[in-house]
Write a protein that binds this ligand. Structure first.
Ligand SMILES: *Cc1c(COP(=O)(O)O)cnc(C)c1O
Length: 355
């Protein structure tokens, strides 16, 4: 039986999007494709408040996490580790032979502008990588403040942002906040099936990439740019997903981006108050994520058993990530889920646990 997904990716996909995936196939060098590509990119630029470049990468987000490092870092990069995904990015940089320094905080804590300032003031960094929404802990880092700080104080340092589980769930003002690269896969708050990654690239990042060696081919910004100006991609794109994204952008504008972001906050607020009443919030209350809540399992319930019972009722949540397995569990509230879905979910959990 299919379950409604309350996990932080892939997320619940509505029928209209599933139907958009079932379009007849078109050729990727046909004008039908370039028209579609151009339309999607135009809508994304408006949605993300950017006049920069946008590439559609047929890959999961991890591919572009690697690609962005390879495009913008010759030697040294500042990484920020506040959980599993930000840690993965540091590992990616290291495996690509980059010289990394890592700001590390405990799981559940945020990366602050002061920490970034302290490290960057040592000099020698070409870029800083920040995970906007650390999905493993339910923390949203202050990228507006960090981006603005770096832009003003360290104008040569590129700001790379993993917005995988925040983009389309909260507003991101790419240009105004000074973000050079912002990337996100489609299976989280965009609520599409997995397989496509959206990435914004600033003019100066594209220029910088020209001076970086060994960028490879698949994620090479210069290679992508050459085709992007013709509304194409160098390799065959995930056409069905691009079509679904186009439909989803229309749905987002029909709902209204502000209403969409407010809906995410309303769902988050419901889950947070349920959590405060029955368990406890694990992460720093000043940086709670609008898209996923990390519940501290203070009652020491059996999370695996809870998920089994939920499965019988047609729902699925996530265990704690890595070291937090069993100690926490996560409820995602992003994409096309509605407040009523979350109310239904917490009612089911109350009933199962006898709360
Ligand atoms: C899910 C996630 C990723 C990894 O995305 P993939 O599409 O699985 O590669 C990276 N970063 C964050 C913050 C995520 O939530």
């Amino acid at each position: 039986m299919y379950k409604k997904l309350f996990i932080p990716g892939p997320t619940h996909v509505v029928d209209e999007i599933l139907e958009a995936m079932a379009m007849p196939m078109i050729g990727h060098r046909d004008t039908l494709y370039s028209d579609l590509h151009g339309e999607v990119v135009g809508k994304l630029k408006k949605f993300l408040h950017t006049d920069g470049h946008i590439y559609l990468s047929t890959s999961s987000s991890t591919g572009m996490m690697e690609g962005s490092i390879r495009n913008l870092v010759n030697k040294k990069v500042l990484m920020t580790d506040c959980g599993a995904f930000s840690k993965r990015w540091a590992e990616i940089a290291e495996l690509n032979g980059k010289d990394i320094e890592v700001i590390k905080v405990e799981m559940g804590q945020a990366i602050t502008p002061e920490m970034v300032d302290e490290y960057l003031s040592k000099g020698g960094f070409e870029a800083v990588c920040i995970t906007h929404n650390e999905t493993s802990t339910g923390v949203m880092n202050p990228i507006k403040e960090i981006g603005t700080l770096v832009k003003e104080k360290y104008p040569d340092v590129m700001v790379l942002v993993d917005a995988v589980s925040s983009m389309a769930g909260t507003d991101i003002k790419v240009d105004e906040w000074g973000l050079d690269v912002v990337l996100a896969g489609t299976q989280k708050a965009f609520a599409l099936p997995p397989g496509l990654c959206v990435v914004t690239v600033s003019d100066r990042a594209l220029e910088r990439s020209a001076s970086v060696e060994n960028k490879g081919y698949y994620f090479n910004f210069e290679v992508l740019e050459k085709k992007a100006v013709k509304n194409q991609t160098p390799a065959t794109p995930a056409i069905s997903l691009v079509n679904a994204l186009n439909v989803q952008m229309d749905r987002i504008f029909a709902e209204g981006p502000e209403n969409r972001f407010q809906r995410h906050l309303d769902m988050a607020e419901h889950v947070r108050s349920w959590t405060r009443k029955n368990f406890a919030l694990y992460s720093d209350e000043n940086y709670l994520s609008p898209t996923v809540t990390n519940v501290h399992n203070t009652r020491e319930i059996d999370v695996v058993a809870l998920n089994k019972a939920l499965a019988e009722r047609g729902a699925m949540i996530s265990n704690g990530y890595g070291a937090l397995k069993g100690k926490c569990f996560r409820i995602a509230h992003m994409g096309d889920l509605q407040l009523a879905d979350l109310q239904w979910l917490t009612d089911q959990i109350d009933d199962i646990l006898g709360l």
